[in-house]
Design a protein around this ligand. Sequence first.
Ligand code: AP5
Length: 219
Amino acid sequence: MRIVFLGAPGSGKGTQSQRLIERHGIPQVSTGDLLRAHVRDGTALGRRAKVVMDAGKLVDDATILGMVRERLAQPDAARGFILDGFPRTIPQADGLNTLLADIGQPLDVAILFNVDDDKLIKRISGRRSCAHCGQVFNIHNLPPAGPGSRCTQCGEPLQLMQRPDDNEATVRHRLAVYNEQTRPLIDYYRARGLLREIDADAAVDAVTARVEQILAPAG
Ligand code: AP5
């Protein structure tokens, strides 16, 4: 299965990707995670990207496409993948089409996660992650255990981090960028008969069930 998860920041793409990895044995390819790994490693790309990401803007298309091409060439992507947060612009979507045509692996579906903006802002400002493994929590609806506890995923003493771009002002800017540059992809994939939409304003399990319902015929 070759899947695109499309949706505004905080709509649950990363959360649902994590569940699909386990269930379907295909990797999540998150351009946000790939960029954050470069930032952590202090690469030249990471230093360039950090300034752009902290401002809530988009990293340039050529950098993103190069990174995705490299990632999809790895063996674990041969059986399929979930593209999370990519593509985000029409040139990225065109680049993806070319790349997938080159490797003979066309896209099966683009799933759009619909959630209202005010809910997204609350979700994102409540997001925290484990400093060791990146496991995502939410202080509003998926609270980590109290002080002195361990991460439910990696078992390390829990040390929570907040992403630098998860403050309210930057989130509002990310939403504006989404509406301007990424929203046109909805019509792009609709015109190609690949778009499926879900109401993603529901409990995590309910959203997973909606995604699985769409994937059942594709699987
Ligand atoms: P990226 O890391 O891709 O961030 P994003 O798209 O803004 O998406 P998020 O990770 O914020 O949200 P999500 O939908 O994954 O939500 P999550 O599941 O975590 O990008 C970051 C930056 O990198 C960009 O701003 C840009 O600068 C750069 N970048 C990345 N890709 C790029 C590209 N292709 N081109 C150019 N630049 C690029 O959930 C959020 C919270 O809500 C969590 O706390 C979670 O626990 C909670 N939650 C999840 N589901 C539910 C639910 N059903 N109910 C209640 N709470 C829920």
